[in-house]
Every structure is written in structure tokens, then in C-alpha cells.
Design a protein around this ligand. Structure first.
Ligand code: 4AD
Ligand code: MG
Length: 455
């Protein structure tokens, strides 16, 4: 009977594994150690993190003794329960087929190849342990996000990838062009770009369905070349109608905790691997986050704290701290790592450094925004309550110079407008936080950054 390795472990858990049963398993050789009368071949089939131990007699199966790491094979044999050994069961080989051999220059020979090396092997690295863990967690995390929102009655909206606006107004768009005389305008009759955010397109749906979310790819032509910026990344953007900044932050905290819990429950082996080989202390950190409330601090308070840190001889690269400045990642990390020692909401930023759609606070200087900062990374969520006063928004749009193309967005404030708030969670950054991986290039299947498009 052909069976997958995951099913074998599931059966073991349900006490349904039958001693002496004949089975067939297909997969890839992970390790192969023939010695004398007994050989051990570790077979990985990708259906779960664990492998199947295949035991054989090299004197009788000379071909099997020569199977190489990475080769695709099919094995048949008899199951033996081995509760006394490290692995709870093994397959005693009766017959094996080599389906796809491996050339000598197979790049994944070495036990511990560096992340940098593996980045150049994006077509093969899914087979390496780290990426088996990371990519499966990535898949499960996506499911966690949908589960959370669907269970809370949010409607999933597919916002467009091609758009005519730059929602964030940061000028980091990739332009969409076609072949022809006027490559930028021939097709749509106006300039088009890849979306930097689904927010402006999802807000109208919040004013129709109340609670909605987008979850899709987002593009930014940032040449930052940091470990946290990619040109293409996935973002979750919920929008809640009849909600203010407070409800927005409650939603962020509830969603993040739900997803953490979900991954810990659904990927115990993968998470244990991350704990052991990627970020020791990870599980304790995540479990602590689950149990504690996220702290909050206003931008103005944060500036005071940073100024004090500098007075007390802390050295930042950008060491001049002024109210009104855009915080650098080093400042964010200081606040979340040294001060809060955990996730931290920073709220009420100066309006000059935030996007036009954020609601002006009564103080005339700040907006009702919140960023969630986490240790090791800095910002992973950016959110805000939206400006819903027609005149105020119009003025902000005029100032930002985007009134022309976004008349429909302003119109929402004339037709049954209601307070609403939302946020954007960087999916890849959240995955980094959960796995302890510290470069965004190592949580994306095919990372896109400037000067890197091999795949
Ligand atoms: O703070 P941002 O720019 O917020 C928005 O786009 C809003 N429209 C969200 C909203 O209110 N609906 O981006 C949100 C998050 C960031 O906190 C970060 O986690 C992630 O998106 N992000 C990136 N992730 C990877 N690479 C990049 N270049 C990123 N830029 C932003
Ligand atoms: Mg932001």
C-alpha cells in the first residue's frame, strides 16, 4: 500500500500502525549510511517534517547502498514498531527503485550550507531542513490569518494589483508599461503602477460589509537593501467600520496572538527545529507574548525616552533626536527591545511623517496612527483610524497632490461615511518574527530585492 510519511506518524499517534504491514513510500534520500551488514537510509517525502528510517542489508542490496543524498526513490518493505529506539518505527526494505538520480554537483551535499549560499539555490533550498520548516509555517500562517478573519465574520476582498494611485504617497511605485509608442499610457490612457497597498480599495468594502480584509502581494521599489525590506511582499490589510484606533489595536493584538497559537499548535516539529537551530529561546519568547498584553506608548513619549537614552550615552547611528523625525529602525528596536522588552504599540505620530488618509488628532499636530514594533525587527504593523471629515480629508489630499485621481475615495465621505480604521501587517515580517529567521530573503520562496532577480 502506497502511503505518505505523515500518514504513518498520524497512524502511530492514533495507535493504528500495524506491525508487519507491507507499505510503499516515495520520496527523496536525506542520508544513506551503509555499513557492513546493515544500512540506514533516511527517506524524506515532504509531507511532514519527520523522515522515515529505512533499514536494509547492503550486502544484498548493493544498488541501494549507492543511493545518493537527494535522489528520488520508491521503497517497499515491512513496517516494524521500534518504541525502544529513537525513531518509533522503521521500514525493513524488500525492494527499492531509483526514480531520479543525482549528479555529482548536487549543491545540497553539505550538512550546514550558509543562508547566503542557499539563497542562490532557491530552486533546491525547499529541500533543506530550515526551508522545510519555514515554508510549511508560511503556509500554515496564511491559513491562520484566513481562519481568524473568517471566524470573526470578515469578508475577504481581492483588491487589484494594477492601480492608478500610490496609496502611501511615498513614491516607491513600480510602473506598469506595455510595448508601443507611449509605453506608460497607451494601454490604460493614464499611468499605472503595481499596488503598494490595498487599503484605499478595501475601504469602500468596509463601508458596505463592515469588516473586511485583503491578503495579497504588494510591491515597493525601495532600494533600502535591508534585511527587512523586499520589493515584493505579502500584506494583510483589514478594515473595520464603526471603529476607532482603540478597536484597531485590539484587533491587531487578538489576530497576532491567534496566529501565534495556531502555528505553535499546527507546526510543533517545525517550531522545535526553529528553537533548536535558528533562534534558541524562541518558544519561550512566543509563549510569553501570548500571555502578556502589548504595551502602548505615544510617539511623543518615545521621543522623550530616546532623548534620555542619548543623554545617558546610548549611541544611535542617527543620534540627533527631535520631535517630528521619522524613527529609524534602530530607534524602534531600542524602544521595543530595551524599554518594552516585548511588542509595543507606538501611537499618535506627527502628521507630517504619515500618510494623508490618517485622522488628524485634536491637538492639530498628530494623527491617530499606530505602529506595532517587535524585538529583533521593529515595525511589523502600520495602522490608523482614517480621516472621515470631508473638508479635512480634502485639504490633506490637496496637500499630498493626489486629489485628482482619488475623487472616488473622497466621495466615500459624502455617502454614508462612518468612522473606520485598519492596518497593514507585513506577512513576511510576521513570519520572520515567528521563526526567528532574521533576513526577509529567507522567508520568501523567491525573494525580490533590487539587483536580485535570478529566478
Ligand atoms: O506601514 P505600511 O506602509 O502601511 C500601509 O501600507 C497601510 N496602507 C496599511 C493599512 O493601514 N491598511 O506597511 C504595512 C506593513 C509594515 O508594517 C511592514 O510590516 C510591511 O507592511 N512592509 C514591508 N514588508 C516587507 N518589505 C517592505 N518593503 C515593506 N514595506 C512595508
Ligand atoms: Mg509603516
Amino acid at each position: 500500500m502506497a502511503i505518505e510519511v505523515k500518514k504513518l506518524f498520524d497512524n502511530l499517534k492514533d495507535s493504528k500502525l500495524v506491525e508487519g504491514e507491507e507499505i510503499e513510500v516515495s520520496g527523496w534520500v536525506k542520508t544513506n549510511r551503509p555499513s557492513g551488514q546493515i544500512g540506514f537510509l533516511e527517506l524524506h517525502d515532504g509531507t511532514c517534517f519527520k523522515s522515515l528510517q529505512v533499514v536494509y542489508d547492503p550486502t544484498k542490496a548493493d544498488d541501494v547502498a549507492h543511493f545518493r543524498t537527494g535522489a528520488a526513490i520508491i521503497v517497499r518493505g515491512v513496517l516494524h514498531l521500534t518504541p525502544e529506539l529513537k525513531q518509533p518505527f522503521e521500514l525493513h526494505l524488500s525492494n527499492a527503485t531509483l526514480v531520479g538520480d543525482v549528479d555529482d554537483d548536487y549543491p545540497l551535499q553539505k550538512k550546514r550550507a550558509s543562508f547566503e549560499f542557499l539563497r542562490e539555490q532557491a530552486h533546491l533550498r525547499p529541500r533543506a531542513n530550515t526551508f522545510q520548516a519555514v515554508y510549511r509555517i508560511r503556509s500554515v500562517l496564511a491559513m491562520a490569518i484566513h481562519t481568524f478573519f473568517q471566524e470573526h465574520g470578515f469578508v475577504y476582498v481581492h483588491t487589484p494589483i494594477i492601480t492608478g494611485n500610490d496609496a502611501e504617497g511615498a513614491g516607491q511605485v513600480f510602473t506598469v508599461a506595455t510595448e508601443g509608442k507611449n509605453p506608460y499610457t497607451d494601454f490604460f490612457g493614464c499611468r499605472a503602477s503595481l499596488t503598494v497597498s490595498g487599503q484605499l480599495h478595501v475601504e469602500p468594502f468596509a463601508l458596505a460589509f463592515k469588516n473586511v480584509y485583503t491578503f495579497g502581494p504588494t510591491f515597493r521599489a525601495e532600494k533600502s537593501n535591508t534585511t527587512r525590506h523586499a520589493s515584493e511582499f505579502w500584506m494583510i490589510e483589514p478594515e473595520l467600520a464603526f471603529a476607532h484606533l482603540e478597536e484597531d489595536m485590539e484587533c491587531i493584538e487578538k489576530m497576532l496572538k491567534f496566529c501565534l497559537q495556531y502555528v505553535l499548535e499546527h507546526c510543533p516539529d517545525e517550531m522545535m527545529f526553529c528553537e533548536k537551530f535558528i533562534a534558541p529561546g524562541l518558544l519561550e519568547k512566543l509563549n510569553h507574548v501570548l500571555k502578556s498584553s502589548f504595551q502602548r506608548m505615544t510617539y511623543t513619549e518615545a521621543i522623550e525616552i530616546l532623548k534620555k537614552a542619548v543623554q545617558n550615552s546610548h549611541k544611535f547611528v542617527v543620534n540627533e533626536i527631535n520631535w517630528g523625525m521619522d524613527l529609524q529602525s534602530e530607534h524602534e528596536r531600542y524602544l521595543t527591545e530595551e524599554v518594552a522588552k516585548g511588542p509595543l504599540f507606538l501611537t499618535d505620530y506627527p502628521k507630517e511623517i504619515k500618510a494623508f488618509y490618517m485622522k488628524n488628532n485634536p491637538d492639530g499636530k498628530t494623527v491617530a496612527a499606530c505602529d506595532l514594533l517587535v524585538p529583533g525587527e521593529g515595525e511589523i504593523v502600520g495602522g490608523s483610524e482614517r480621516e472621515v471629515r470631508y473638508d479635512v480629508l480634502k485639504e490633506k489630499m490637496e496637500k499630498a497632490g493626489n486629489e485628482e485621481g482619488l475623487k472616488w475615495y473622497l466621495d466615500l465621505r459624502r455617502f454614508g461615511s462612518a468612522p473606520h480604521a485598519g492596518f497593514g501587517l507585513g506577512f513576511d515580517r510576521f513570519l520572520m518574527y515567528i521563526t526567528g529567521i532574521n533576513n526577509i530573503r529567507d522567508v520568501q520562496p523567491y525573494p525580490r530585492t533590487s539587483n536580485a532577480l535570478k529566478y
